[in-house]
Design a binder for this molecule. Sequence first.
Ligand code: NAD
Length: 488
Amino acid sequence: MVSRVIPVDPFDLIIFGGTGDLARRKILPALFRRYCAGQIPQEARIIGAARRTQDADAYRAFVADAIKEFTTPRHCEDGTLDGFLSCLDYVAVDALGDAGWQELSAKITGDRVRAYYFSVGPRLFGPLAKRTKAHGMVNDQTRIVVEKPFGHDLDSAKALNATLADHFQESQIYRIDHYLGKETVQNLMAVRFGNMLFEPLWNSQYVDHIQITVAESVGVGGRGEYYDRAGAMRDMMQNHLMQLLCLIAMEPPAKFDPDAVRDEKLKVIRALDPVEPHHIVRGQYLARDGEAEEHPSYREAVGNPRSTTESYIALRTQISNWRWAGTPFYLRTGKRLKARSSVINVMFKDAPHSIFGADAGRHANVLSIRLQPNEGITLKVTIKEPGQGGMRLVDVPLDMSFAEALGPEGQDPPDAYERLIMDVVRGNQTLFMRGDEVEAAWAWTDPVIAGWEARGDVPKPYESGSTGPGDAELLIKRDGRHWQGINP
Ligand code: NAD
């Protein structure tokens, strides 16, 4: 398969927070990989803007180190890195004061796309937006990119939206949820809306229920302090799992256009039922025997021995609309689970009548869409068990790995940040969350959290490396169903 890279026009990208962890690990390596792929022209300017006082050469050395650390060697061909570094510049600015702004604005000239990446904490969004505007750095091709978390609850999300709206139009605001930039997440739309096969069956008449699992094998790592204030509900469920739910459940948009897609996603969120208290299970991981030093328990990892924040959540919800009325959606996500695995399982109903008699057992089709690792699709189909002895049925997988099916290009798709940053430059908002979408997601999330806080609910312990707390099994078993395995 031939690689199709369409170069973008020269642009200015200003990374506020250009010396931070996110810039170092994700943004700058992603830009470098796009440069290597021939998508970023030599005339592009990438300007790091952060508190640290240093000159452009020191910044280039910092970026070179980041690229060496976070990209694979084959991306670092001789000469390419120097070419990329020559696109870079640096200005020390203070988001909360006047220092550096004149120097920065003097560098940003010309009639080209200007993207301001706010890779800083949300408290700086307002001050940065205000100063960017006040220093005349905004033209009609200006975009701003803001990182998650977008708010801590509905009120804070509304306040952030209002702050940004004081200075920028919604069409200029790109709220990143990097999950949406993953190749396989976009494939959800291709699979659903590019194939006649699935769509006629994609409703409560044929689908028994849907399971969405985003399991991580790692713990909270160095993010303990932030994570303990957020928990799995805010950190994963409100954004990543909600986005997956939207893509799997939404109506076909009239076209693949940013607002058409986002309108349909918003309708799903607004049709979500409130979650009943007995449909929520929260958990907190324990250290495994003998591993406490290397892999501490959640409470140790966050340094809060009385923490009641969840590192795991499973819940059941429903979508009150014509397509999905009565179909449960089971969602679960957690840290330190058995394997790193993100998968959506569409569990079809049994055939209405078995011509093979009761002895043939139950055999429902399952469509599994694997988002990571080993991205691909498996369809479980029922066939006859070979040999004599009557009509015995057996379920076998029709298994497709995208990497195998697509060849070399499928094995090395651009990562989420590469795709999303290029979408910002091209002005395509399809894979970014709109303000009303974020607010609707918080409006659904807030009462769930308020409910368990009012009840004084304490997360159930679960052992690291397991599939989560036992109660999560009961959550689905009570309905006569079971979770699909969490497999690497
Ligand atoms: P960080 O603390 O490593 O870096 C913060 C950056 O902001 C630094 O470059 C610093 O110089 C700059 N900064 C701070 N105060 C400033 C000021 N007054 N004026 C100018 N610059 C200032 O943070 P990070 O981990 O890079 O995260 C940045 C944002 O991205 C945060 O909102 C975070 O929640 C979000 N985020 C980070 C990650 C990640 O993997 N690190 C992932 C998702 C989202």
